[in-house]
Design a protein around this ligand. Sequence first.
Ligand code: 5RP
Length: 232
Amino acid sequence: MRHEPNASPLSQDALKTLVGRAALAHVVPGQVLGVGTGSTVNKFIEALASVRETIPGAVSSSEASTQRLLALGIPVLQAHAVEGLSVYIDGADEIDGQGFMVKGGGAALTREKIVAAMAQRFVCIADESKQVQTLGAFPLPVEVIPMAAAPLVRRFAQMGGQAALRLIGGQPLVTDNGQHILDVRGLAIDDPLAFEDRVSQWPGVVTVGVFAHQKAHVCLLGTATGVKTLTF
Ligand code: 5RP
């Protein structure tokens, strides 16, 4: 589903490993951190295992990340057990020049937004294929209440988007929260804050995958010449 070819001599997987390791520099010893979801975060979780004694644990954004953290001996804490987080580390499907992101390719966007909102800083880890001028080339994930899917498909059509239910094995994908995902193509999201505000209010929308209010503060971008740190 990527819209940019990987021009780097390093594979996309190698770039993910690079940024996953680089994110260790943002882990605050003695403090619980927030952990996102996806193949880039999986590289981070592998790296985090090497410093697991230095942190009390992590708040996880998905069942998948929880299983990985626990398998590596990293305690997982419930969101209600912590007051707040200093840092949240997660990937993105797209990130623009202001740190606004599209997320949810791994269907974990709702919990990702919740954990991101608990944190003072969002550190995005991504390979360079995720960098865009304008959000929207990647099909926008939107978590929806199942009975609202058809009306929401029509609403997106009115704004020029083609929304389709995400399927797995021919059946609608069911998220960790028991809901469905619409993937919306054909949108150019020029004003991510306004777009997030607008779509979040539509009845039946659980979470829209535009992360504008919970944008990245820092992005560790894996490039052909190494890890580039972007601050927003
Ligand atoms: C999951 C997400 C991921 O952060 C996003 O899809 C990027 O994933 P990957 O690191 O596998 O490219 O939002 O819901």
